[in-house]
Ligand binder design. Structure first.
Ligand code: HEC
Ligand code: HEC
Ligand code: HEC
Ligand code: HEC
Ligand code: HEC
Ligand code: HEC
Ligand code: HEC
Length: 289
C-alpha cells in the first residue's frame, strides 16, 4: 500500500505548487507597469479636489527618469497603490509618512540613523517634522554631488531653513561660514557639516555632534588646531545687547562709536587747518600791498 501513499503525497505536492504559482501570478498582476500609471498621471492637467484644495497629480516623467530612481517602479515607493481605481488614498504629510516606510526597505542603514535623530523621534510620535521627502524631494531625487540636488551644498541652507526660518537662518546668514557658502565656497561649513544629515540631535543631547563634549571634534574636521575652548558652543547668536551675542554686540558698538569719534575729530582737525591756511594766505596777500 506504500506506493499509494507516495502517489498521494506527490499529487498533493503538485497541487500545492500549482496553487502557489497561481497566487504568485495574481500578485504579479498587481505590479503595475509605470506606463499603466502614466496613462492617467502623465497628463499635465490631471488633479483632484480635496477639502477645497487642488492637488496636482501630474508626474513629469522626464524629470523622474533623470532622477536617481529613474528606473524604479512607481509602486516601489507607492506600495499603497494596489488597485485602480485606488482605495484608501491619503495626501500631504500622511502620504509622505507612508512612503517613508518604503524608502526604508531599500535604505535601511540610513533609516536607522534617521530614526535616532530629533526628526525621526518626532516622526515616531506622529508630530510634524522633517520626513525623507522634505529634505530629498519626491520624483526628482538626486545625489548630493548633483548641483540640482536639494542636499547639494549650494541648496542645503534653503532646504533646512524652509523650517528653521528664524534665529538660526538669520545667524547662519550673518556668520562667516554662511557668507562664504553663499558666495559659492566649496569648503566652508554648511548646516550638515556641523549637524550631519541623519543623526541630527539638539545641543543638550551628549551624543549630538554639537553637544559641548563633541563640538571641538566637529570643528576640528576642518580647523585642525581646534582646542576645547575654540568652540565654546555658541554658534547661532545674533547682534543683541543681551544673551550670547552680547560681547560681540558691545564690541561692535564700541568700535562703531570709536570710529565715529575719530572721524569727527579728524574732520574738525582738517577744518581748523584749512581755516588757518586760508587766514595765513589772506594775511600774506594783505602784506603785499
Ligand atoms: C523614490 C520614491 C518614489 C517613486 C519611485 C515615485 N514616487 Fe510618486 N511620490 C513620492 C513621494 C515622496 C511623494 C510625495 C508625498 C507628499 O509629500 O505628498 C509622491 C507623490 C506622488 C503623487 C501625489 C501627488 C504629489 O505630487 O504629491 C502621485 C500622483 C505620484 N507620486 C505618482 C507617481 C508615479 C506615477 C510614479 C512613477 C512614474 C511615482 N510616483 C514614483 C515618491 C515616489
Ligand atoms: C485610471 C486612472 C489612474 C491610473 C491608471 C492610476 N491612477 Fe493614481 N490616481 C488616480 C486618481 C483619480 C487619483 C485621485 C484619487 C482620489 O483622490 O480620490 C489618483 C491618486 C494617486 C495618488 C495620490 C493618493 C495616494 O494615496 O497615493 C498616487 C500616489 C497615485 N495615484 C499613484 C498611482 C500609481 C503609482 C499608479 C500606477 C500603479 C496609478 N496611480 C495609476 C487615477 C489613476
Ligand atoms: C533633515 C534632512 C534629511 C532627512 C529628513 C533625510 N535626509 Fe537623507 N540626506 C540628507 C543629507 C544632508 C544627506 C547628505 C549627507 C552628507 O552630506 O553627508 C543625505 C544623504 C542621503 C542618502 C545618501 C547616502 C548617504 O548615507 O549619504 C540617502 C540614501 C538618503 N539620504 C536617504 C534618506 C532616507 C531614506 C530618509 C528617510 C528615512 C532620509 N534620507 C531623510 C538629509 C536628510
Ligand atoms: C526599490 C528600492 C528603493 C526605494 C523604494 C527608494 N530608493 Fe533611493 N535609491 C535606490 C537605489 C538603488 C539608489 C542608487 C542609485 C544609483 O546609485 O544610481 C538610490 C539612491 C538614492 C539617493 C542618492 C544616494 C546617493 O548616493 O547620493 C537618495 C538621496 C535616495 N535614494 C533617497 C530615497 C528616498 C528619500 C526614498 C523614498 C522617498 C527612496 N530613496 C526610495 C533604491 C531605492
Ligand atoms: C559651524 C557649525 C554650525 C553650522 C554651520 C550650523 N550650525 Fe546649527 N548649531 C551649531 C551649534 C554649535 C549649535 C548649539 C549651540 C547654539 O545653539 O548656538 C547649533 C544649534 C542649532 C539648532 C538648535 C538651536 C536652537 O536655538 O534651538 C538648530 C535648529 C540648528 N543649529 C540648525 C542649523 C541649520 C538649519 C543650519 C544651516 C542653516 C545650521 N544649524 C548651521 C553649529 C552649527
Ligand atoms: C520639514 C521641516 C524641517 C526640515 C526641512 C528640517 N527640520 Fe530640523 N527640525 C524640525 C522640527 C519640527 C524640529 C523640532 C522642533 C525644533 O526644535 O525646532 C527640528 C529640530 C531640529 C534640531 C534640534 C533642535 C533642538 O534644539 O533640539 C536641529 C539641530 C535641526 N532640526 C537641524 C536641521 C537641519 C540641519 C536640517 C537640514 C539638513 C533640518 N533640521 C531640516 C523641522 C525641520
Ligand atoms: C566643513 C568644514 C568646516 C567646519 C566643520 C567648520 N568650519 Fe569654520 N571655517 C571653514 C572654512 C573653510 C573657513 C574659512 C577659512 C579661511 O578662509 O580662512 C572657516 C572659517 C571660520 C571662522 C572665521 C575666522 C577664521 O578662523 O578664518 C571661524 C570663527 C570658524 N570657522 C569657526 C568654526 C567653528 C567654531 C566650528 C565648529 C562649531 C567650525 N568653524 C566648523 C570650514 C569649517
Amino acid at each position: 500500500m506504500a506506493y499509494k501513499r507516495i502517489l498521494f503525497s506527490v499529487l498533493l505536492c503538485m497541487m500545492l505548487m500549482l496553487i502557489t504559482t497561481a497566487v504568485a501570478l495574481a500578485a504579479e498582476d498587481n505590479d503595475f507597469s509605470n506606463e499603466t500609471c502614466l496613462q492617467c498621471h502623465g497628463a499635465k492637467n490631471f488633479s483632484v479636489e480635496r477639502e477645497g484644495k487642488t492637488i496636482p497629480l501630474y508626474v513629469d516623467i522626464e524629470k523622474f527618469q533623470q532622477s536617481t530612481h529613474g528606473t524604479n517602479l512607481c509602486t516601489s515607493c507607492h506600495a499603497n497603490i494596489d488597485s485602480i481605481p485606488h482605495k484608501n488614498v491619503v495626501y500631504d504629510e500622511k502620504l509622505a509618512a507612508e512612503i517613508a516606510e518604503e524608502c526604508e526597505t531599500c535604505h535601511g542603514d540610513v533609516n536607522a540613523e534617521y530614526r535616532s535623530s530629533v526628526h525621526g523621534q518626532l516622526e515616531a510620535k506622529g508630530e510634524s517634522t522633517a520626513l525623507c521627502a522634505d529634505c530629498h524631494g519626491t520624483h526628482g531625487i538626486r545625489k548630493k554631488e548633483d548641483p540640482e540636488s536639494l542636499i547639494h551644498r549650494n541648496n542645503i541652507t534653503n532646504t533646512c531653513t524652509k523650517c528653521h526660518d528664524e534665529e538660526v537662518k538669520e545667524s547662519y546668514a550673518e556668520s562667516f561660514h554662511g557668507k562664504a557658502v553663499n558666495l559659492g565656497s566649496s569648503n566652508a561649513a554648511t548646516c550638515v557639516s556641523c549637524h550631519t544629515g541623519h543623526k541630527i540631535l539638539g545641543p543638550e543631547d551628549p551624543k549630538s555632534t554639537v553637544s559641548k563634549e563633541n563640538l571641538p571634534e566637529t570643528c576640528a574636521k576642518c580647523h585642525f588646531k581646534a582646542q576645547p575652548n575654540y568652540a565654546k558652543g555658541i554658534e547661532h547668536w545674533t547682534f543683541e545687547p543681551t544673551g550670547p551675542g552680547a560681547p560681540m554686540y558691545w564690541t561692535l558698538k564700541f568700535f562703531t562709536w570709536l570710529t565715529i569719534m575719530t572721524v569727527t575729530l579728524l574732520v574738525i582737525h582738517i577744518e581748523l587747518e584749512l581755516v588757518r591756511k586760508y587766514k595765513e594766505a589772506k594775511e600774506g596777500q594783505d602784506n603785499q600791498h
